[in-house]
Design a protein around this ligand. Structure first.
Ligand code: C2O
Ligand code: CU
Ligand code: CU
Length: 493
């Protein structure tokens, strides 16, 4: 009996805490067609009453507009930097020439405008943009500079899928944050205790009672999530980083590391009038032992030392399910597209990348390095002949997991520790989480763009690791164009 009252009282407390603190999830504005004006600026937000948090954003105080691009279009992006800091903007996941890629070499000085101009070659999917200045990436992203890119193409357009932006198709960026005593963002911190979704604490989203598409982006500096829905409700994953999967895959969990994206369909049709959460589940080994908790109500996020998803479950985004729209999508398609991985028989080179720590095998906080040496901005790690098909073998010899990302290309995973990868990882990807002591192989092709003077990057997408030097760079060379006497990489940096 007493237990029962305590239960009721705690439910009420939980309920009132929720009421006080729930904020409507903002959906970023969209920009479309072919000419985009982006202004990087300082801003501020009141995450806590009585406190003003300094932020950075693109056209906004925090985050930026969603760019809607169509495959085949020629686009110009005018990126103006009104910060007092130099920065860069990188189109994460997109296949563009190195000089348009916005890596650490392509500075946008304070007060200046950078205007890359390129053809959209990517398949329909969810990409994103964020700063990439060496040693400043974590700071600029943590303060709020990031936005979605949605690419549409004809193949995807033919499939019956929700695609009404903000109605049945929602961009959802999840970012964990730490605040200091004056409620400013702490850039380098393992003490993240607050989840921001689309830049907002304790968010709720009204969704229609029908099949809804979510474009999930883990935009966190370091935290990996093990997404699921309340009560282990199942959902379908339809896409990964660089495009749709062959077919929807029914799942109850989805692990997403920093930089990774996934598109999922959730069928809310039987839940009108109810609420459920997108949450992160504790490591499955611990599931059932530790109960669920909600962030933003005084509980801190589970400790994620070793990046192992340990600790408790926590809520991320509340869905309030409202009446369906006029003509809802009512079926989950049985097939999507057909991915055709590059064939092993066409491989020209295999590269081995070893992740280690310079301060010893057991070090969990870094700095970490790839192949023994930290990133050097004037050192090219690989020179790759144009049109090479390559296997990259990633060997993680550290006690923590690292999400590896490469620019220029999308890749297909070949195996994890020699065994087949799960169905949801068989589409085009540009980030792969490599677990501690794991070896992951992928295959990719370096095509269309070569430039002997501007490199592309590869790095760990834990932004603090990247800033600390867990990064390298490659140039793509066109053998038919090389002038033997010319220094392939002029020392202008
Ligand atoms: Cu999302 Cu090299 O970055
Ligand atoms: Cu990238
Ligand atoms: Cu790392």
């Amino acid at each position: 009996m007493i237990k029962f009252f305590i239960y009721i009282i705690s439910l009420c407390l939980l309920y009132s805490a929720n009421i006080q603190s729930q904020n409507k999830l903002p959906i970023p504005d969209t920009l479309s067609r072919t000419n985009f004006n982006l202004i990087i600026k300082n801003g501020s937000r009141n995450f806590y009453s009585g406190y003003t948090t300094n932020t950075m954003g693109v056209n906004e105080d925090i985050l930026g507009p969603t760019l809607i691009l169509r495959k085949g279009d020629i686009v110009t992006l005018n990126v103006k930097n009104t910060l007092s800091d130099t920065t860069t903007i990188h189109w994460h996941g997109m296949h563009v020439a190195p000089e348009n890629d916005g890596g650490p070499h392509t500075f946008i000085l304070p007060g200046s405008t950078w205007s890359p101009h390129f053809t959209v070659l990517d398949n329909a999917s969810t990409y994103w943009y964020h700063p990439h200045l060496h040693k400043k990436t974590a700071e600029h992203v943590t303060k709020g500079i990031a936005g979605f890119i949605i690419v549409r193409d004809e193949e995807e357009a033919k499939i019956i899928l929700p695609r009404k932006y903000g109605v049945d198709d929602f961009p959802i960026v999840i970012q964990s944050r730490a605040f200091d005593a004056s409620k400013q963002f702490i850039v380098r911190s393992e003490l993240d205790s607050v989840i921001l979704v689309n830049g907002t604490k304790n968010p709720y989203l009204q969704v229609p009672a029908q099949i809804v598409r979510l474009r999930l982006l883990n935009g966190s500096t370091e935290r990996t999530y093990n997404f699921g829905l309340t009560g282990n409700k199942s959902f379908y994953q339809i896409g990964g980083d660089g495009g749709l999967l062959n077919a929807p895959i029914s799942r109850t969990r989805l692990r997403l590391a920093p930089g990774e994206r996934a598109e999922i369909l959730i069928d809310f049709s039987s839940l009108q009038g109810q609420s459920i959460y997108l949450m992160s589940y504790a490591s499955e080994l611990q599931a059932g032992i530790i109960g669920s908790s909600s962030v933003g109500m005084g509980n801190s996020l589970p400790d994620y030392s070793n990046n192992k998803l340990n600790g408790a479950n926590f809520n991320i985004l509340k869905f309030d399910i409202i009446a369906p729209t006029q003509n809802p999508i009512t079926t989950i398609p049985s097939v999507l597209i057909s991915n055709s991985p590059f064939s092993i028989s066409s491989v020209n080179a295999t590269r081995i990348l070893i992740f280690s720590s310079i301060s010893g095998m057991m070090n969990v906080s870094g700095p970490f390095v790839i192949n023994g040496t930290p990133f050097k901005i004037d050192k090219i790690n690989y020179s790759i002949p144009l049109n090479n098909t390559e296997i990259w073998e990633l060997r993680n010899q550290t006690p923590i997991a690292h999400p590896f990302h490469i620019h220029d290309v999308q890749f297909y995973l070949l195996d994890r520790n020699g065994t087949q990868v799960p169905l949801n990882e068989r589409g085009r990807k540009d980030v792969v989480l490599v677990e501690s002591m794991e070896t992951v192989r992928f295959i990719t092709k370096f095509q269309d763009f070569s430039n002997p003077t501007v490199p592309y990057m590869f790095h760990c997408h834990l932004l603090t690791h990247e800033d600390d030097g867990m990064m390298g760079q490659f140039i793509v060379t066109n053998p038919t164009k090389i002038n033997e006497n010319e220094s392939i990489f002029p020392n202008k940096f």
